[in-house]
Design a protein around this ligand. Structure first.
Ligand code: 9G3
Length: 569
């Protein structure tokens, strides 16, 4: 492609509202342009990358045995009413009406559509298992779109769905998808981890997220420094064996603690460590109020509260609820003397505490030396806290450290969540009607492009891995007014294309400095420069990633470049 004919508007200055490197560089290098908040045009260079990522995905989905189809973006509300999600999703679900006033959703995902499709077509276990996938634009009206393609309101997703008559069959396809995902992200050149994750609102149990390690990632992953344990912090379970306190239980005391609200206030007021105190939080779980206790230096993980209490909604109680229920403000809550109708749950760490400092459910007062089972009863102990750096790894090997990641893929063992709610059934070998067992598997395709840009760049611009670069070679004559340089460059352009290389030919009449700056910004893996030694038939080959450069005689160029591409430059 001749650069004078394509559409790559590069910018010198960094756009103000782009906060992270990939967003800045994709804008500056002419890969994307914003049409509205969270809505982008993929410019020609980005489109070529998307096509390459999609090609890799299609090959791996084919290997995993999934057939490609394309479902509609317009989804009738009836399907979402059947699954019960029309009302559980709020403003994030983009809705519209057609000319007859009928309700539609712009598809954020396709569980409802695909389950309804399969329900009408598949009746017997003999047709199972099977899997389908699509690569399609999705709509989610994010409250705060940001970071360019990383969190957009319109984005490209590959979503696959598998249907099974048995759990074993789902396990087998899940495993194949797991392998396919590892291949996809490896072939895209990414440094990623598959992490144990929480299945979130969509139900099902085991799920794994594919996280691209990046300081600007929105997700936090907890990993062990000596084993291969790695999990999303939301679900990372905590090692429950704490050593029991050896203190002898002292008599309970109620003390005046004027204006002492936070754990920091209390631990300095009593001159004790936060580990001697407990945090007591009132949660509204579905429509019941409960008290959750964690040790003073720990944080409550509301995802775990939801999972342990098998709830659909979990939120912190409002100020006035607490006043009404306990007669005190948030900083004075404690487990002693809590009304019977409020169940008390506690993190395992609390079980090993004695002589606890906690709120007295009376503003301005705290208890000292509270002892569980003497002064307050715990309905159930469980793992309610966020794992922390320095905790022992849950698999018993090594210590937990944190890293940030960008979620680019997520695979789920859905189970019968959707087939139950939508009554999608098949007849099993005994002629008994059963709900399909399902799996679903997503990849953020446009997000993957951004994640690669986030992971591979330097102060001069983007650095695309060979497999997904828009073009393999950036061919640059230094001075198109120099006859010899231009003629050699044109000949090499033809020769390289004939040898099946993908070439971007910078035939513009710009100064050399501008061409090199743009070339570094755009980030193609191999640059061939035609300059002073054109008369000797010598060109310079330079690698974008390492900066290494070589002088190559024109007749050897194709072989030389072929070798570079094979060696993964
Ligand atoms: C919605 C809206 C946003 C959503 C969903 C539904 C996320 C929703 C979860 C999934 C699960 C998997 C198939 C591919 C892989 C991910 N955000 N999820 O269901 F209505 Cl507005 O999408 N779906």
């Amino acid at each position: 492609m001749r650069q004078s004919m394509t559409f790559i508007p590069t910018l010198r200055e960094v756009p103000a509202d782009a906060e992270i490197k990939s967003h800045q560089l994709l804008l500056r290098a002419g890969y994307i342009r914003q049409t509205a908040s969270g809505v982008y045009t993929y410019m020609p260079l980005a489109k070529r990358i998307l096509d390459k990522i999609e090609k890799i995905i299609r090959e791996e989905m084919e290997n995993a045995g999934a057939a490609e189809l394309l479902m509609p973006t317009l989804q009738p509300a009836e399907l979402w009413q059947e699954s019960g999600r029309w009302n559980t999703y709020g403003e994030e679900l983009m809705r519209m009406n057609d000319r007859h006033g009928r309700d539609f959703a712009l598809g954020p995902t396709h569980e409802e559509v695909v389950t309804s499709l399969v329900k009408d077509e598949i009746k017997s276990y003999k047709r199972l298992p099977f899997a389908v996938f699509q690569i399609q634009t999705k709509f989610r009206d994010e409250k705060r779109p940001r970071f360019g393609l990383l969190r957009g309101r319109e984005f490209i997703m590959k979503d696959a769905y598998s249907f099974h008559s048995t759990q074993e069959s789902l396990d087998a396809v899940y495993e194949k998808m797991f392998i396919a995902y590892n291949n996809i992200f490896t072939r895209c050149g990414l440094n990623f981890r598959a992490v144990l994750a929480d299945s979130g609102a969509i139900g099902g149990k085991d799920t794994q997220e594919f996280m691209v390690l990046s300081e600007t990632g929105e997700d936090t992953i907890a990993y062990s420094d000596t084993s291969d344990y790695v999990a999303n912090i939301e679900m990372a379970e905590v090692n429950p064996n704490y050593e029991k306190s050896s203190e002898t239980p002292l008599p309970l005391e109620k003390l005046e603690t004027p204006n002492q609200k936070t754990i920091a206030d209390i631990s300095s007021f009593f001159q004790v460590d936060a580990t001697q105190c407990i945090k007591s939080l009132v949660f509204k779980v579905d429509d019941e109020y409960v008290l959750i206790l964690v040790r003073g230096d720990h944080e409550v993980n509301d995802i775990k509260v939801k999972n342990v209490l098998k709830a659909t909604s979990v939120e912190l109680a409002e100020h006035n609820d607490i006043e009404r229920l306990l007669g005190c403000s948030i900083g004075s809550i404690g487990p002693v003397g809590v009304p019977k109708n409020i169940k008390v749950y506690a993190d395992y760490a609390v079980k090993s505490m004695v002589n606890i400092i906690c709120g007295a459910n009376q503003d301005g007062y705290h208890y000292k030396n509270a002892v569980e089972n003497r002064d307050f009863t715990v309905h159930e102990f469980a793992d309610f806290r966020f794992i922390m750096e320095g905790d022992p790894s849950p698999d018993g090997q090594g210590t937990i450290h944190f890293a940030r990641g960008i979620e680019v893929g997520h695979i789920f063992k859905l189970g019968t969540t959707y087939s139950d709610s939508m009554e999608a059934k098949f007849l099993d070998e005994n002629g008994k009607s059963q709900s399909f067992i399902m799996g679903c598997y997503g990849i953020g395709v446009s997000r993957t492009l951004s994640a690669v840009a986030e992971q591979f760049n330097d102060e001069n611009g983007l650095i695309w891995p060979i497999n997904i670069a828009p073009y393999q070679i950036h061919l640059i004559p230094i001075n198109v007014k120099d006859k010899e340089q231009l003629i050699l460059a044109e000949e090499l352009y033809l020769q390289l294309k004939n040898d099946a290389f993908e070439v971007l030919f910078d035939d513009r009449t710009e100064r050399a400095g501008v061409k090199f700056k743009d070339s570094d910004l755009i980030g193609l893996p191999i640059r061939v420069t035609v300059g002073k030694k054109a008369s000797e038939g010598i060109v310079e080959v330079k690698l974008r990633k390492s900066g290494e450069s070589f002088e190559v005689e024109r007749s050897l160029l194709s072989t030389f470049v072929q070798k570079l591409l094979k060696s993964g430059e």
